[in-house]
Design a protein around this ligand. Structure first.
Ligand SMILES: [Zn+2]
Length: 267
């Protein structure tokens, strides 16, 4: 056996090692199926799972995404509050699925989506109190279109920070409006603002930084003009064919940033 080839356990072909995805589970660091077979296999598995129980399949997918997002949210904002109470996908969806009311609403919306195949009808997980985490009692089902609209309609404010001082504050009646304004005034491409959430600092030109906050976001008075920057760096390796994540390196950097006079935020 040469180390630079491997036999695919699905199509039985002896192929170059590059034809296999990375895999942390296997001894030689590569999966058992060749990339081509893996794509096929994933497609079949996804379809089988959906056909077996569309509502449950969609819920699993949503839980997966929420879990991933809640980790990413934390990183992005330096806020620990958008975390998830559930340790893994199974615990997450099982808990929701066992809730009679949630399950029946989820199934109903899944049926609508199944008929229309319109992404706007897809059931999604919504945090009832968006300041809190994904946890028992704080999750409900909302159709995708409603979830998006709700977030976009939240009142918010943008603090314009020049050097280390709050220069002024602008109020907006909706998140979407604020993002449009930021994009227009500061020439930031709108799609770069897609993932901007409350608590996010946006770097604009000329040393100007923008802080986006929702109206109910509580600014605390403090004498220490500091805030903590938490930066999580991920190096993620994706398989180019399947889009499946094959490896991830993580590094967290924390630094205290001084100079923002938080007390001046309180108007
Ligand atoms: Zn194969």
């Amino acid at each position: 056996m040469k180390a630079n080839t491997k036999r695919c356990s699905r199509c039985k072909k002896q192929l170059s090692i590059e034809c296999f995805n990375f895999s942390v589970k296997s001894k030689d660091g590569r999966g058992n199926y060749c990339k081509e077979c893996n794509v096929e296999y994933q497609k079949i598995a996804q379809k089988r799972s959906y056909d077996k129980n569309p509502a449950l399949h969609l819920l699993k997918k949503s839980c997966q995404a929420a879990l991933r997002r809640s980790q990413l949210d934390y990183i992005r904002d330096g806020y620990a509050n958008v975390t998830c109470d559930f340790k893994n996908v199974k615990e997450f969806f099982t808990d929701l699925w066992n809730d009679d009311r949630f399950r029946s609403e989820w199934i109903e919306q899944s049926n609508i989506y199944h008929m229309s195949r319109d992404l706007r009808d897809r059931p999604t997980l919504d945090r009832i109190d968006s300041k809190c985490r994904y946890e028992k009692g704080n999750i409900r089902m909302l159709p995708h279109w409603e979830n998006v609209t709700e977030g976009a309609q939240k009142e918010c404010q943008v603090y314009v920070i020049k050097d280390t001082r709050i220069d002024h504050r602008i109020d907006y009646s909706a998140m979407g409006e604020a993002k449009n304004a930021i994009a227009a005034i500061y020439g930031i491409p709108k799609n770069a603002l897609n993932c901007v959430d409350r608590g996010t600092m946006v770097e604009a030109d000329n040393g100007v930084r923008l802080l986006l906050e929702t109206k109910d976001g509580q600014q605390k008075v403090t004498d220490e003009s500091k805030h903590l920057m938490v930066m999580n760096r991920y190096e993620i390796v994706y398989d180019i064919d399947t889009g499946v994540e094959v490896a991830r390196k993580h590094q967290q950097v924390q630094s205290e940033v001084s100079g923002i006079e938080v007390s001046t935020l309180v108007l």
